[in-house]
Design a protein around this ligand. Structure first.
Ligand code: SF4
Ligand code: SF4
Length: 222
């Protein structure tokens, strides 16, 4: 899932300066699961905005709604009735959600309430960890299902650097060395031979350094 966290209230209030009608829009998918921008978080943020206005003696109208996914037109279109009546829309979706709403409703000021962090998983209650950088040329078949691009601090593809100590990364004792994890997993699978095999260089042209990427599936295009 895409993992995000809410911006500070001060930052959000600064973005909303001069706005008296604000629609807070949640997203019912990734950011609901990571407890950053679902229906519950929309309610909390809307209440905080009303309290802040009350403290300053301002009158505000704060609308609240949560749609299934902010990154798909069919759900975003459901915002059409009424969205143009607001001074600003505060999206609690990821960066893709914010941009989808802004693209659909030209002329509407759409602001991000979240910082989008990474593609990851909930490792335990209240903790999400990064798992994938969307490099476009997955190597997990060779690494025992552990991503060296996202989980090695240096993104190394050829085994550990000299700083790996006791299974921990030299960058921080709180980070497992990805290459230690890869070695242990391949050993448990009886596939340490993969560490000695020769592979063609990774195709970095599929990474995002060439600019924004597209996926085209002609067989499903209309
Ligand atoms: S190799 Fe690339 S696509 Fe595969 S998990 Fe890692 S970053 Fe994601
Ligand atoms: S210690 Fe391990 S995880 Fe850290 S940079 Fe070196 S190889 Fe990567």
């Amino acid at each position: 899932m895409i993992v995000a966290e809410r911006k500070s209230l001060d930052e959000i209030l600064a973005m909303l300066q001069g706005c008296s009608r604000v629609l807070v829009v949640g997203c019912g998918t990734c950011v609901t699961v990571c407890m950053a921008g679902g229906e519950k978080e929309v309610g909390v943020l809307a209440s905080l905005l009303r309290l802040a206005a009350q403290r300053e003696g301002r009158t505000v109208e704060i609308g609240e709604t949560t749609i299934e996914r902010q990154c798909e037109w069919e759900f975003v279109d459901g915002l059409a009735p009424g969205i143009r009546g607001y001074d600003a829309v505060l999206s609690m979706g990821c960066g893709a959600g914010v941009q989808t709403i802004a693209q659909r409703f030209g002329g509407v000021r759409v602001l991000p309430a979240l910082n989008t962090k990474f593609i990851g998983i909930p490792e335990k209650q209240g903790m999400w960890v990064e798992m994938c950088l969307g490099c476009g040329d997955c190597v997990l078949d060779r690494t025992g299902g552990i991503c060296p691009v996202a989980r090695c601090s240096k993104g190394l593809l050829n085994g550990p650097c000299g700083g790996s100590q006791g299974g921990k990364c030299e960058v921080s004792k709180d980070i497992d060395c990805a290459w230690q994890l890869i070695y242990d997993r391949l050993a448990s699978l009886g596939r340490l031979d993969l560490l000695e095999a020769e592979f063609a260089p990774k195709d970095w042209s599929k990474n995002r350094d060439g600019g924004p990427r597209k996926v085209l599936r002609e067989e499903v295009m209309l």
